[in-house]
Design a protein around this ligand. Structure first.
Ligand code: MBD
Ligand code: FE
Length: 306
């Protein structure tokens, strides 16, 4: 179809019904997306079979509750991080903060709350490597932030998340740690493995058509918040994971790959109360001060609660 004809068609299809009032932002964005899709269909001579395959794909994606999995897989969630950061930099926000990275779809509201330190694994995975992680929540100048809250969630040694994986105890590898005046947090858990999109999932089906895999390096998620500071959504990656620079969700960032100490000294094992060699990670978070006129740090999205 010629551009002129396409323009005339879109002008007709995007007319407002007399007497109705559109939401101007929704209208502007949807009109634009429809235009871009028409242009794409025109350019690629999309057939009816292809179009309905795509519609059915979206229906199945929704039925499987996978919009939140495809979004990081296609890079949208990381792109949102970059868009927020562009606005933060333009506003001159302190750049000493711990880098943000995507939340992903597997956070669950309602994890057990602990003071200062916690054990967040259920102790049932006796093959997994014990992991001890600790650090301090600091401000941009390095001073401890009192009364910070560190929410942590990660996969088990098979790469699966409790609640979404009904074979695990609820809230395994999930916890909320309230720090004291010193900003210190610590927890005991087990070393996670990287998540991979389930075989047969809508997300993996599309990724395969794109010549991609659907796996993540091992990682641990955090929300870190404190009164007067911007809420930080981030993750650390486990150093040495072969996918660290090949994450299907594009979440790896400089500054988020701390050293992992491996310890097999029997006295240290005994002191930690474990019967196997274990891993230690030290990681301090740096929060930046809250400020008006920035994109919100508290993202509204549907989240599972349990
Ligand atoms: C995850 O564990 C995850 O963090 C993301 C972003 C997507 C899928 C699974
Ligand atoms: Fe994850």
């Amino acid at each position: 179809m010629q551009a002129k004809e396409l323009d005339a068609l879109l002008a007709r299809f995007t007319q407002v019904t007399p007497g109705k009032t559109p939401n101007p932002r929704v209208k502007a964005i949807v009109d634009r997306i429809v235009r871009d899709l028409f242009v794409t269909m025109n350019e690629f001579d999309v057939t009816p079979d292809e179009f309905w395959t795509a519609c059915n794909y979206l229906t199945e994606l929704g039925k499987n509750n996978e919009a939140g999995l495809l979004a990081p897989g296609l890079g949208f969630e990381h792109f949102l991080d970059l868009l927020v950061e562009e606005r933060e930099s333009a506003a001159g926000l302190n750049e000493n903060g711990t880098p943000r990275t995507i939340e992903g779809p597997l956070y669950v509201v309602g994890a057990p709350v602990h003071q200062g330190s916690a054990r967040i694994d259920d102790g049932l995975d006796t093959e997994a490597e014990p992991l001890f992680m600790s650090g301090v929540v600091r401000d941009a100048s390095g001073k401890p932030v009192p009364h910070a809250v560190v929410e942590v969630w990660h996969a088990n040694s098979k790469g699966n998340y409790s609640i979404f994986d009904s074979s695990q105890t609820p809230f395994n590898n999930r916890g909320t740690i309230q720090t004291g005046a010193d900003g210190r947090y610590s927890f005991q858990s087990i070393m996670p493995s990287g998540y991979a999109c389930p075989p047969g999932s809508s997300t993996l089906q599309l990724l395969e058509l794109l010549g991609r895999h659907g796996a993540r390096p091992a990682h641990i998620h955090f929300f870190v918040s404190a009164p007067g500071y911007r809420k930080l959504t981030t993750q650390i990656n486990i150093m040495g994971d072969p996918l660290i620079d090949d994450d299907f969700a594009f979440a790896t960032r400089d500054g988020l790959v701390p050293d992992v100490r491996r310890i097999d000294d029997p006295a240290a094992m005994e002191a930690r109360g474990v019967n196997r060699p274990f891993a230690e990670i030290a990681f301090d978070f740096r929060l930046v001060e809250a400020r008006d006129g920035l994109p919100t740090d508290v993202v509204e999205r549907p989240r599972v609660s349990a």
